[in-house]
Ligand binder design. Sequence first.
Ligand code: BTN
Length: 234
Amino acid sequence: MLEITWYSELDSTNAFALNQPDLPEGTVIASDFQSAGRGRLGRTWQSPRGLNLYFSLVLYPRLARHQWGGFSLAAGVAMAAGLAKLGLQPQLKWPNDLLICRRKLGGILLEAKDNRLVVGIGVNVNQDSFPPELAATSLKLETGLTWQREAVLTQLASEGFSWCGTWDQGDYEAVISAWREYDTVLGNAVSVVRGSQSIKGKAVDIGPGGELIVLDDDGNRQILHSGEVTLNKS
Ligand code: BTN
C-alpha cells in the first residue's frame, strides 16, 4: 500500500529516506522543495519550490545487491508508463533519463543503505522556464496545462512500486521489453562516458540485467553497467 508523506521542505528526499529508521516498504517521501537535491554523478538537482515533483520510494528488495542496478530501468519504465497513461508521449534514455521530444523531463537516482533501496525521482511538472543549456522541459511546457502535482505523484508512485516489484520478482524480460517501447538510444550512434573512458559506437541492445550493449567503432561488443550516454548524429 502507498503511504505518501509530503514535506514542505527537505534537504533531499533521498537523504531523508536513507537516514530515517524503520520506514516501511511502500513509503513515499515527497517534498515541495529540496535545499540540497541530488542528481546523478554528484550533480545538484535544482528543486524550486512548489513547481515540480521530488520524491523517493522506499523498497526492501529480495534480489541480491548486484542485481539492484536494474531497478533504475524498472523505475524509468514506471515513469514512462505512468505518463503515457496521463496522455503524454514519454521517452527513456539509458540508464535513467526521462524525456519528452528529446528534452529532459526528469531523472532517477538510486541510493542504498543496508537492505534498503531508495528510488529518487524528480519530474518537472509546472516549471515554465529552464536555462537553455539544460535542454529541459516540463509537463506544463509540453501541454500548456497546469498539472495537479498530487495526482501525478499518486499515478507515478504506484507505477513505480508495481514495476520495481516486477523486477524484484525476477521478471527482467517484462521490464526490458517495456523499456524498448520508450527507448531513444537503441539503433543510434552514441558516445558513452564512463569515468575517464569514452566509448563511441552504436547502441545495439539492452542486456538481460539492464546493461547497455554498444558495438564500438573497433567492432567490440561493450557491455555497460553505468555511464553517461550522448546521442551522436550518424
Ligand atoms: C538525475 O541526475 O537525472 C537524477 C535526478 C534525481 C532527482 C531526484 S529529486 C527526488 C530525489 N531526491 C534527490 O535528492 N534526488 C532525487
